[in-house]
Design a protein around this ligand. Structure first.
Ligand SMILES: Cc1cc2nc3c(=O)[nH]c(=O)nc-3n(C[C@H](O)[C@H](O)[C@H](O)COP(=O)(O)O)c2cc1C
Length: 180
């Protein structure tokens, strides 16, 4: 199985989660991890599973305005114009049977806010025709710029493994059906 993990990250936390998910997926898949700016320059993904994640900003997916705000809080370069929202808006509908999974990050403190990048990404992926694998899942950071909340890296690795198992079982049942 081939998988691609595409992420957006201002402070590095979603990037770290993306790598952990890729590690988990790696038990059964060849995985590439690319940030959304790079993904926007690549041809449409022809992988078996596309996994997409980004940070929750203002209760949903980031926008140029929220990315500009984030840029004032970090010395790391922030791509203001293109995020997951814009990348998915410009994506083409996919053929039936294409599979994807959605994840996000969000802040646990000072209080847990409503809204979820994972759910927003999941909705958009479904709208493009993807069949969603697993539940859209958010991972927590302690505060706006991080660090990741204790245990979240392991949870991300396990989530990646679960996705790989779902894909593996699906492949196995296809092979059995073909033999019948
Ligand atoms: C402009 C801005 C708005 C944010 N809005 C929310 C929010 O509505 N809910 C939430 O849980 N976290 C919010 N956060 C915290 C982000 O989710 C957090 O910075 C992100 O998960 C860190 O991921 P990153 O290091 O990959 O950028 C916001 C952060 C920024 C910069």
């Amino acid at each position: 199985m081939r998988a691609r993990v595409v992420y957006e990250s201002m402070f590095g936390n979603t990037a770290t989660i993306a790598e952990a998910i890729a590690q988990g997926l790696g038990i059964h898949a060849t995985v590439e991890v690319v940030d959304v700016t790079t993904a926007a320059q690549l041809p449409e993904p022809t992988v078996d599973l596309l996994v997409v994640g980004g940070p929750t900003h203002a209760f949903g997916l980031s926008r140029p305005r929220t990315r500009r705000d984030a840029a004032t809080r970090t010395s790391a370069p922030v791509a203001v114009e293109t995020g997951i929202r814009e990348w998915l808006e410009s994506a083409l509908p996919v053929p039936e049977g294409a599979r994807a999974a959605a994840f996000g990050t969000k802040a646990a403190h000072p209080r847990r806010l409503p809204g979820s990048a994972a759910r927003g990404i999941g909705r958009r992926l479904r709208g493009l025709g993807y069949q969603l694998i697993g539940e859209p899942t958010d991972f927590l950071v302690d505060a706006m710029t991080g660090p990741l909340t204790a245990g979240e890296l392991d949870r991300a690795r396990r989530w990646g493994e679960q996705l790989a198992h779902i894909e593996l079982e699906r492949d196995a049942s296809h092979i059995c059906r073909r033999r019948e």
